[in-house]
Design a protein around this ligand. Structure first.
Ligand code: ADP
Ligand code: 5GP
Length: 187
């Protein structure tokens, strides 16, 4: 048996740049991405099985009941969860695994796997976050308002928990990517 891989949990408010950073970090490090299950609808360009496994509520509830999820949470009225099997298999094979999940989920992972690394991605300011959410063009005005209202709470919960020992400010993208790559590579 080889050495078990490293688990890296990335959280932060919606629009902070997690998906953008994670995609580049995966490309540069060869780490594996944990594809979450969700009941939300795919955005244009998203592919089932790549960004998410898109499932209906009944299927998601069966996964909860069967104990198949490492963690799950309801975010903005939709279920999101991490299938445990693929994560455990990749770690057992010695691979680094990256999770892009919300803070509620991160705290559940911390209870199950306290040795994981927890990284909080934050925007440089509330104005920048608002601009990025609008600029992404995927959310309705109501959805943007909900995401902004949740952002402050999400950051506070993460900071108060003491679980997120790494904070990366996503101002300049290249700097943020390099900081996360450094964290992923650190022993
Ligand atoms: P999240 O996954 O955290 O919800 P995204 O990765 O979708 O956030 O990023 C939100 C929007 O902000 C996207 O349109 C993305 O292209 C843009 N973005 C991400 N990081 C930066 C950055 N450092 N500078 C400018 N725009 C960024
Ligand atoms: P989005 O709908 O923008 O892709 O994601 C919304 C939020 O759900 C983000 O904060 C994202 O990190 C979180 N999320 C994505 N997958 C999971 C998951 O499997 N579990 C949990 N708890 N949160 C997730």
């Amino acid at each position: 048996m080889g050495k078990s891989g490293k688990l890296v949990v990335i959280s932060g408010p919606s629009g902070a740049g997690k998906s953008t950073i994670v995609a580049e970090v995966l490309r540069r490090t060869g780490a594996a991405f944990s594809v979450s299950a969700t009941t939300r609808r795919p955005r244009p360009g998203e592919q089932d099985g790549r960004e998410y496994r898109f499932v209906d509520r009944a299927a998601f509830e069966r996964m909860i009941a069967a104990g198949e999820l490492l963690e799950w949470a309801e975010v903005f009225g939709q279920y999101y969860g991490t299938p445990a099997g693929p994560v455990r298999e990749a770690l057992a094979a010695g691979r680094t695994v990256v999770l892009d999940i919300d803070v509620q989920g991160g705290l559940q992972v911390h209870r199950a796997m306290p040795g994981a690394t927890f990284v909080l991605i934050v925007p440089p300011s509330a104005e920048t976050l608002s601009g990025r959410l609008r600029g992404r063009g995927t959310e309705s005005p109501e959805s943007i308002a909900r995401r902004l209202a949740q952002a402050r709470k999400e950051i506070e919960t993460a900071q108060e928990s003491g679980v997120y020992n790494e904070t990366v400010i996503n101002d300049d993208l290249e700097t943020a990517v390099r900081n996360v790559v450094r964290i992923v590579h650190r022993e």
